[in-house]
Design a protein around this ligand. Structure first.
Ligand code: ATP
Length: 226
């Protein structure tokens, strides 16, 4: 059974990777897998894998490894992979349109059910089967589809205003692609993805640090997170 205690964020981020690979093994008819095999395929240190799984409970046997079906079912329950999460996207510009085309097709449990824009040239149509509505219909559609998660790809100056509307409509999780720091009430989660800053940081680190120093830093960051 899934444990109720909190697991480290770094572990939580790896669970979907394990899940996807186990699903593949399961489809291939494999019944067991060792941490060494998982490590080779996912490029994650075997000790890290064992530690990750140990947070979830007694999942493997020494010398046997992990039972694929059991682990898959366990992670499915843990990640609530049986439930489909309806998502909306606000701001059908270049990035928003790209994400609509992508529509997270690899994960059948996440579905963008609708998109919104304020520009009349952009709404009342479909993109890859996803309806695009005027922003005025936001609350109605969010409530109709019981949407809890939104992707924000609007210009920075309207990000907070749209966030307030989302919260008012009942959205509890926002994936924020704008550079704006959003203010939300307790109980609402914002994950911030600033692609430009991420790229700039990557370039900075590549230019300023040799490879072995970077690896040490990674390890330190991981330890801090735990
Ligand atoms: P493009 O200029 O090709 O639309 P872009 O990504 O450069 O793409 P942005 O200015 O970042 O455009 O705006 C993203 C999208 O957000 C646009 O489609 C715009 O119409 C929309 N948008 C702007 N303000 C709002 C708002 N208040 N509510 C909903 N959508 C909005």
């Amino acid at each position: 059974m899934a444990q109720d205690h909190k697991i480290p964020q770094v572990t939580a981020k790896r669970l979907p990777l394990y899940y996807r690979y186990l699903e593949k093994l399961h489809l291939m008819g494999k019944q067991r897998v060792s941490s060494a095999q998982l490590s080779k395929e996912l490029l994650i240190d075997p000790a890290t894998i064992r530690r990750d799984f140990s947070y979830l409970g007694e999942l493997g046997k020494k010398g046997y490894g992990y039972n694929v079906s059991y682990l898959l079912q366990f992670l499915r329950d843990f990640l609530k992979q049986d439930e489909v999460t309806n998502v909306v996207l606000i701001g059908v510009g270049n990035l928003g349109t790209a994400l609509l085309h992508y529509n997270f097709y690899k994960n059948r449990n996440i579905k963008i059910v609708a998109a919104f824009d304020s520009n009349p040239n952009k709404f009342n149509r479909e993109i890859d089967g996803i309806p695009v509505y005027g922003i005025d219909s936001l609350k109605e559609v969010v409530q109709l589809f019981r949407v809890e998660v939104a992707i924000l790809t609007v210009p920075v100056h309207v990000a907070q205003e749209i966030t307030d509307k989302l919260v008012d409509a009942g959205v509890r999780g926002i994936l924020n692609f704008t550079p704006s720091r959003l203010t939300v009430p307790v109980g609402t989660l914002v994950h911030h993805i600033d692609l430009t800053t991420e790229l700039q940081t990557l370039v900075y680190f590549l230019k300023n640090f040799p490879e072995d120093e970077l690896m040490e830093q990674d390890q330190e960051l991981e330890n801090e997170d735990e």
